[in-house]
Design a protein around this ligand. Structure first.
Ligand code: 5GP
Length: 118
């Protein structure tokens, strides 16, 4: 029997240029795009090129990459002028609302966030 290649995620297809996206930032390790269905006036996705399915699937070998993604959040927030007030969200697993199984950070800004409104 023939082993089939795993389906590339929608984000891998965007990274490969097969699907268009509004790319705000990119480097060797990640890209940042606008979410197609924004839940806040600024709703960006920071996505590693490496398709780790979920945060819980990351391991010690991914330590530098995870740090890189978090550091880029601040840079990108400054780039779009929201560095004084933003929220970062990672959904892990279907039960937490994850729909794309390719790790990504949501950067949300431009709306009022209540203290306990996670
Ligand atoms: P999750 O629920 O997995 O944490 O978030 C996935 C996010 O990806 C959702 O906010 C959804 O709107 C966004 N998304 C899904 N497909 C596309 C797409 O093709 N392009 C862009 N820019 N965003 C997408």
């Amino acid at each position: 029997t023939e082993a089939s290649a795993p389906e590339p995620s929608i984000f891998t297809r965007i990274i490969n240029g097969d699907i268009p996206a509004d790319i705000l930032y990119e480097d060797d390790d990640c890209i940042c795009i606008r979410d197609i269905a924004p839940k806040a006036p600024t709703h960006l996705l920071i996505i590693p090129r490496q398709p780790i399915p979920r945060l819980a699937d990351a391991g010690a070998a991914d330590q530098a990459l995870l740090g890189h993604l978090l550091l880029k959040v601040g840079d990108i927030a400054r780039q779009v002028g929201v560095e004084e007030a933003f929220r970062v969200v990672i959904n892990n697993g279907t039960g937490a609302g994850q729909t794309v199984f390719h790790l990504h950070l949501h950067l949300l800004a431009g709306k009022a966030f209540a203290e306990n409104d996670l």
